[in-house]
Each structure stands twice: as C-alpha cells, then as structure tokens.
Design a binder for this molecule. Sequence first.
Ligand SMILES: *[C@@H]1O[C@H](CO)[C@@H](O)[C@H](O)[C@H]1NC(C)=O
Ligand SMILES: *[C@@H]1O[C@H](CO)[C@@H](O)[C@H](O)[C@H]1NC(C)=O
Ligand SMILES: *[C@@H]1O[C@H](CO)[C@@H](O)[C@H](O)[C@H]1NC(C)=O
Ligand SMILES: *[C@@H]1O[C@H](CO)[C@@H](O)[C@H](O)[C@H]1NC(C)=O
Length: 803
Amino acid sequence: MGRFILSALRAVLVASFLTKPQAGIILEQRQSAVSGWNYYGCYTEGTSSRALSSKATAYDTMTLESCASDCAGYTYFGVEYARECYCGNSFSAGSVVTAASDCSFACAGNPAELCGAGNRLSVYAKAASTGSTISAPPVQTTQPSGPGPQKSGLPTGWVYAGCLQDNIPSNEDANMELPTFPYKVWDTQTNDAPSCIAQCQLYGFNAAGLEYASQCFCGDVENIIVASAPTTSTNPNDVQEYTRSAKPLTYDDSQCNAVCTGNANYYCGAGNKLTYYTFTTNPVQWSFPTGAAAGSYSLLIGGVVVPLITAQAITGKVTFVEKYGTGEPNGTGVYELDLTQIDNFSNAWRTMTGLKTDVFCAAGLTLPDKAGRQITVGGWSGSSNYGIRLYWPDGSAGVKGVNQWTEDPTNLQLLVPRWYPSAMIMANGSILVVGGEIGQNADEQPNLEILPRTGGGTVYLDFLQRTHPFNLYPFIIVVPSGIFILYYNEARILDEKTFATIKILPNLPGAVNDPTGGRTYQLQGSMIALPQYAPYTDPLGVLACGGSTSNGGYAIDNCVSTQPEAANPVWIIERMPSRRVMPCMAGLPDGTYLIVGGGKHGVAGFGLGGAPNYNAVLYDPTKPVNKRMSVMANTTVARLYHSEAIVLLDGRVMISGSDPTGDYNSPAGSWPEEYRVEVFTPPYLLSGVTRPTFAVSSKNWAYGASVSFSSSVGGVKVSLLGSVSSTHGNSMGQRTLFPAVACAGTACTVTAPPNAHIAPPGWYMMFVLSGPTPSVGQFVRIGGDPAALGNWPNLPGFNLPGV
Ligand SMILES: *[C@@H]1O[C@H](CO)[C@@H](O)[C@H](O)[C@H]1NC(C)=O
Ligand SMILES: *[C@@H]1O[C@H](CO)[C@@H](O)[C@H](O)[C@H]1NC(C)=O
Ligand SMILES: *[C@@H]1O[C@H](CO)[C@@H](O)[C@H](O)[C@H]1NC(C)=O
Ligand SMILES: *[C@@H]1O[C@H](CO)[C@@H](O)[C@H](O)[C@H]1NC(C)=O
C-alpha cells in the first residue's frame, strides 16, 4: 500500500469509473432513444437540493430505459454519474441546462447510452403525446445588451461583484503564485456563470470566479478581503501552507473580456483575471464560541505507546494497541491506561503481553459477552493477516489487572487474510468482518465472514472488488432493515441474512472540485451514526466527514449526511470550516459530535498526508443544516495517520496517536510518531454546572426493559453510547441513543431500546444528563450475548466468561 502513488490510483479510478464515450459517437443520437420520452437536455444539480427531487434510485445496471421505468408517472427523469436515477415534476432552484457534451458518462448498465456525469443529469421529459404538461425549463434569461459579465439569470441570491486579479505572489515562495479562490473546479468548454455558481453554492462557498473563458473557481469572500488569506498548497506531499503577499486588485469590468466557453453572450474573466460573483444570503454559518464555550485541549499524560487502536474497557481502563515496530524497540504492542492514576505515570500505564501477531491494520470491537472482552481481527502480514486476538479486561481503579491478550494463530484464524478490514456486532450477536485487502499492493479481499465461524465460507461482495483500493476500513452499521455499508463514495444496505444488496443509495458527493472524492481508506474520512431518539420512529441518520480525492489527494472540506432507510435518501452537503483527511469523530453524551485531527491535504498513511488540522469542530445535529458546526479550541499536536479519538466515561474525549510515515523513510519536514495523550474537554464540563450523579439498579438490560435509577437531580435525560474501538476514522461500535426516561423527583426509570436492530447487543456507556451536562458514565450491557460469544473460542489458553 505504501508504494501506491497517486497517479497509479488515478489510473485505476479512471479505468473503473469514469467510462467516457468513445470518440466519434454522436451524442445526440444516443440521447434520444427512449420510447415515450424526449431528450430534454444536460442539467446541473440544484443549489440546495437535487435537481429532480421526488424519487431516486441507483444501481449498477442503470440504463435510460430502467430510469424511465423507475420514473413512471413523473414528468422528468434524469440520470447522473452513470448509475443514479432521479425523478420529478419540476426542477429545483439552481438547476440549469448546460452543454449536452457535459453529460458524457456511459450508462453503467449500457455503455451505448449516456447517463449524465458528475453533477450533470441527462434529462428526459415525458413525450407530449402522453398529455403531460411540461413546465418551461429553468434556462438562464439572456441579457439584451450584448457581451459583458452575466448579471441576470443567476442562481437566487448571487450578484455580480466585479473583475478581480488572480494569481498573487506568495509570501513564502517567490516562485509561487496563489489563486484568489482556492478551488479550481473545472476548465471546460461549457463554462458559464450559472453552472459555476451552482457548483460553488452546492458545496457551501459564497464566492465564484470565472477566468480565461473556460475556468471556474470556488472560494469565499474572505479569500478576497483578508490580505493574507492562507491558501493551502494542493500538492499532497507538500506539508507547507502558503499565504498571499497582498490582497487581489480589482479592475474595470472591461478588463474581464474573454467570452465564456459555454455561453457566447457573456464574459468569463480573462488571463489572470476573474469575473466574480458573491452570495448575498450565504446559508453556511459556522459558530465561533470563545472561552469555556470553545472547550479546551489539555495533555492527559505522556505516552509509552503510539497507538493504532484505542478502546475504553468496561473496567474504565483504556487499552492501547500498537502496530509492531512503532514506538519503543522493546514495545510489546499492548498497553493499558488507568485513568485514575494519571498523576502517577508508572502506575497509570500497564505494559501488557500476549500478542503473537501484528495488529497493523486490524479492526477492533468490544464483545457483548459478560466480560466485555475486546477483540482485534486482521493485521499485517503472514499469520497476522488472519489474526484474532482477545483480551478479558480486569483490574480496577488503581489496581493493575493481570490478564493479557490471548491468541492462538494455529487454531483461531480468520478464513482469509485481511489488512484494513472493519468489524461489527450483528443484530443476532455474531461478529461480522468485512473487506480489507491481502497485503501490500496485493488483491482486495472483497468479501465478508462471520465469527464464530458458521461452517460457511466467505460471502463475495462485487462492489468492494469494483471500488478497490478506495474502500478499505469500510463503515458498517446495523440498521433496522439490514446492514448499512459506506465504502469509497458509495453506500448501500445489505440483507443481514444473505448479504445481498437490498438498497443502493445515491453516490456520496465528493469535493467541490472533484466528484471522485471518497470517505474510506486511503481517502479516509470518518463516519458516525447520528442520535436515535425513543420511540425510534425516525430512520437512523449517518454523517460522513472529510476524506480526500483520488485525483491528487485534495482533502475534503465537507460532511455529508443522509438517512439510508428514508424512502429517497439524498446526501446533504455541509461545508466544514477547514479541510480534513484522516479526521476522527467522537459521539458525545449530549448528542453532539466532535471532529478532530487529520490533515489538510494528501491521503491517509505512509507520509502521503500533511498540513495538520489543529482545530476541533463541534457538530450539533439538532441545529439547522449548515448551522451545525462550531469552531472550537485548537491543539498544537499534529494527529495524522494512526490517530484516534474516543469518548471517555468522564465525558471528555481522549485523543491519541499519529504515526504518519510508518516504517518508511520520513520525508523532510514530516511529522513525528506521537506519544502524547490529550483530552478535549467539551464545553458542557466547563460551564460550571454541577454534574449529575446516578445509581442504576441493573447493568444488564433486556430489550424493552424498564430499568430504575436514582439521580442527584430530577428531570434528566439519558444517553447510551455504544462502546467504541477507534482506528482510521472508524469508530467501530459507535452509536448514540436517547431512550425514554420518566422521573418522579429523582427516582427515574429508563426504558431499554426495544430490539437489536435499534441497539445491537453490546456494552453501552450510560450517561444521565442535566441539560447538556452529563454525569460520569457507567457501562451497561444491552441485549445479552445472543450468539454465545462468551463460550468462544473453546480452545486451550482462552479463559471464557460463559453466557
Ligand atoms: C523500553 O525502553 C525504554 C527506552 O527506550 C525504557 O525507558 C523502558 O523502560 C523500556 N521498557 C521496558 C518494559 O523495558
Ligand atoms: C505510584 O504508584 C506506585 C505503585 O502503586 C507507588 O508505589 C508509588 O508510591 C506511587 N507514587 C506516587 C508519587 O504516588
Ligand atoms: C447471524 O446471521 C448470520 C448471517 O445469516 C449467520 O451466519 C450467523 O450464524 C447468525 N448468528 C447467529 C448467532 O445466529
Ligand atoms: C482555533 O483556530 C481557528 C483558526 O484556525 C480560529 O478561527 C479559532 O478562533 C480558534 N479557536 C479558539 C477557541 O481559539
């Protein structure tokens, strides 16, 4: 994997995804062949919703005919990105017609037909003979006065702002010129202001610039007015950030006089000059809290280990698992931190033993057995590739445990070698292990398997084969209808028994300047499940933030969210205040999410990412879309590849690790292996409000059970956070539930989640909340151990907790 270079990744990508039409084929012929429908044009997406938003389908056998059939009863259908189909009776605001040649992707199910492109829909309208009334398409109005900057017919809220200098010398490098707006979106023969603006707005930017007839740039007004606006280099191997030496100059309108390639009626900038537009009603509003409201970073303890996976055990101690050969030469690869002994370094850390194989890069989970054993699966290489390792947490506050990690590579192995797999506890209590690859520059492992072994083999997953190598450490989570999986820039739901696909979601949007952006290793973003509230009637939401692009390692500056089980899931794009590849996300007890760490460019691993992102962002899903992010406190510690973030029972977030270059020779100016363990203290612990305390009558909950607890204050809420193993932006086991609670004074009852599809069996941190202020949490187990993991593995050397 380390020897992958971006151009090789690009070649794979182009070959497998961006199937372009053959030269010489007449596009119009292929675009008019759907019986009962007329070709209507190539359209952009809407600015804040899908161009055609009534219904959506997506699959790998997409043709114009199948989309037409999916859209029976609607006035329009549009096919996008080869395999997505949208239906509607009208176009959403901002969707405009563009050049037919823009819609250039072959249909996934019929290479002889054209099915849109990234952010482009091949649209068909029901033939008039059917009696439908077709509303006028939202084409731009023409300006009567002849060539000039386009000033009317722009997406709502956007205004022409002038002619602006581009490419300003950098402060740091005399040979470098920096763009006024950082994101060059395209250089096309179909460039015009409405399409450029629509793209900038869709991705949350408030300024758009057109240059040299054919180019579109997105950025923010702040990029113009802040004379030294930092502009990050786009070179993934370049870890510097650059600043401009001056504010761009403005020119007379007549200086921007190149005719737009996409519309001869208008001018689109000139050489080094931008015709630019600004958004007067920018809906993207980040908050900038100060003082205690921004939270704070602090050093928790100096480390003895550069962790690959962290997880808080049900004893309250935190396990750290290290890649072989990282850290100290005498390292054992496994350590445990006693949070009650932070002031006594030697008593805080326990050096553990027992590993026989290398956990690099394994998946981790807490098992639903009585002991809350921890497991890691997969690794690198040889027998490590098949590794299964277990630890039964023991000891207590201030008292070191004696149990060690246990493994038996001869008798307890995965079915197939897996490097970079993910794992999950299924609703039926078994362990699901998905994906990964065999090894460095070796084949994908496009399948899944179940532990304990069922006697069956692996189950082949064609979509993992197809999206290799961008789908490693896929995000997987139980949903009521099956298993949701998000990999590369795709997502789907699998049947939990057969693992056949039962629903394909639209592709995830990528970066503003590159639709090939993805969210899983090695484009590595992070994904979490959004809160579930009793009575759990709303479909589960998921949120994926950051990632990178396969064309050049351009770290993504947005989060996308959807409800996979909604009738027509649509990805909502929300711009982040900064770019992040390799972020970590932690779901907090109050239902907010902390986004930390990562870098501002490159891709994950092996020294390919840089420009550490030192800022924490708090995401509050209860606020309106585009107003959910707050720019929080900053750290000084770079957290790049192999860094982790987990919520602790004490309500803080433990942030650890960073091992950006692995075993490879460090490029000059790269970042160190990081031993320091930090905590982020969220504002709810800095507000001065007294934390509630509670005592719960049972720590072993059946589904739907009523469980009494006493609280120090009345009127409390309860949250349940799934026990997390954090690695590579993946929080395996994460979920956030707000169960029903009733209190009479301080005597309260919580109703356990109703079933394993709402809350898979396992250990959850229970918090009692007074307003946003959480108690210290306590681990409870929900749903028992239905797969009898407590009796597994029945082999010499393994102590079993039983069921
Ligand atoms: C490992 O080596 C480090 C020095 O590199 C030393 O400080 C530490 O005590 C050693 N640990 C063990 C368990 O021997
Ligand atoms: C640290 O813990 C060790 C082991 O319990 C103990 O012997 C030592 O006195 C403690 N040190 C301090 C400064 O409390
Ligand atoms: C859980 O479901 C999987 C898939 O059908 C099956 O292979 C496994 O045996 C089931 N586990 C239990 C405990 O029934
Ligand atoms: C953190 O840094 C960002 C700039 O990177 C700044 O805007 C923000 O105010 C800082 N946060 C705090 C709480 O100082």
